[in-house]
Design a protein around this ligand. Structure first.
Ligand code: HEM
Length: 369
């Protein structure tokens, strides 16, 4: 839309509206200390970054959820992941600003907040849901209420926060599921997922990979044994490397409870993409998988950074929301993961020269792009 008069910075950015929002419960900034205005402003800055992250996550999910993911568009998806990663990193570094509050400065206005808390941040929950964190994996808040109940107003009243999160739960698959759908369709060693010999091709790749990985583990074990200074440790070392061999077989042969044949193909596809990462047609998929690992890593760092900031400002006391505080936050940083298979693939990769030779490497050349 063409503006009917020349645009001003203040009209476009809505600076006056934005700067009128830091008055807190009093709706009047002049009643507040600088410490409290800082506290409110920093939270608002976070919520703005969260808003941008949510938009990018939604677009990414829609992109990978398509029946036919256009390879030509993949660079945009990678840029979107990179943007999210920069935003999360920025969020983590923002905690520095809050750390300019001393414990007593914060205690000066903390009572007012109760029982409000960051765990009522609807956008945080929306990001988690959109990424694929399911309800069963959530760390209990330590209160009887669920994270959804915590989003209700006093006396169980409805709230926009509750509505936003409830709507997010109904809004299509998560990014993790959309990525799985995309990986399910990836050709493995030149055999398309819908080819008549798709299952045979998959089995061939998995068998060859397990063989190669076992040889690599044996080789590493020999090096470890040869350099071990303590002969008493040898049995322990051997057992450890045998466990590694077993683990890769189990990873590539998931049980039905773990998702059976579907998960087997997803895991093999992820392993294939990162193992043969130099193949021209795998360049963008490889960047997607690397970017998603980084995304989860920066989000975990964000959680850990928040926990350390909290420990520095309030120690290990109970949170305003009633959780165990730092203990609860540390636990979320430990267990909240959605891209578990992508992490696992890091464990099972081997040296480039030890990868099994491909039956059909020409399939992944530029000529086929
Ligand atoms: C002095 C500053 C802060 C303190 C002491 C603090 C403390 C806490 C505590 C103790 C919790 C656990 C829930 C509870 O019992 O309340 C929590 C949760 C949370 N806080 Fe903060 N926080 C601070 C600043 C921030 C800021 C600036 C943000 C940015 C948006 C933030 C975002 C969150 C989020 C998203 C959660 C939910 C985490 C989850 O459930 O996974 N907090 N905070």
């Amino acid at each position: 839309m063409k503006p009917d008069k020349p645009t001003n910075y203040w009209d476009y950015i809505r600076v006056d509206d934005l700067l009128s929002l830091q008055g807190g419960l009093e709706s009047d900034e002049s009643e507040l200390t600088n410490d409290e205005v800082l506290f409110i402003t920093v939270h608002q800055v976070f919520e703005l970054w969260f808003k941008l992250i949510l938009r990018e996550l939604g677009a990414l999910r829609d992109f990978f959820h398509q029946e036919l993911v256009d390879d030509q568009e993949m660079s945009k998806a990678v840029r979107s992941i990179q943007r999210i990663n920069v935003l999360f990193r920025r969020c983590a570094s923002h905690f520095e600003v809050i750390e300019t509050l001393t414990t007593r400065e914060y205690l000066g206005f903390r009572d007012k907040l109760m029982p409000a808390s960051g765990f009522q941040s609807a956008q945080m929950r929306q990001m988690e849901i959109l990424l694929g964190l399911d309800d069963e994996s959530r760390v209990p808040l330590g209160l009887s209420e669920s994270y959804m109940e915590a989003l209700r107003g006093h006396g169980g009243a409805n709230s926009t926060a509750f509505e936003h999160v409830a709507a997010q739960k109904l809004d299509g698959p998560s990014l993790a599921v959309a990525i799985e759908e995309w990986l399910l369709r990836a050709p493995i060693d030149g055999v398309r997922f819908d080819a008549p010999d798709a299952d045979a091709g998959l089995a061939r790749f998995i068998d060859a990979y397990i063989d190669a990985a076992h040889q690599e583990v044996s080789r590493t074990c020999e090096i470890a044994l040869a350099r071990s200074a303590d002969p008493a440790e040898e049995d322990r070392l051997r057992a450890r490397y045998e466990d590694e061999k077993r683990a890769i077989v189990e990873f590539l042969n998931p049980t039905d409870e773990e998702g059976g044949a579907r998960r087997r193909r997803v895991r093999a596809a992820a392993l294939f993409v990162v193992s043969y990462r130099e193949l021209p047609l795998l360049a963008w998929p490889r960047e997607v998988l690397d970017g998603l690992i980084e995304l989860e890593q920066v989000m975990l760092i964000f959680r850990q950074r928040h926990a350390r900031m909290v420990e520095r400002v309030i120690g290990r006391r109970t949170g305003t929301g009633g959780s165990s505080g730092v203990d609860y936050l540390d636990r979320t940083a430990l267990v909240y993961r959605v891209f578990r298979d992508l992490w696992a693939v890091r464990t099972y990769q081997i040296r480039r020269e030890s990868n099994p030779p491909l039956a059909n490497p020409g399939f992944y050349d530029f000529a086929n792009a």
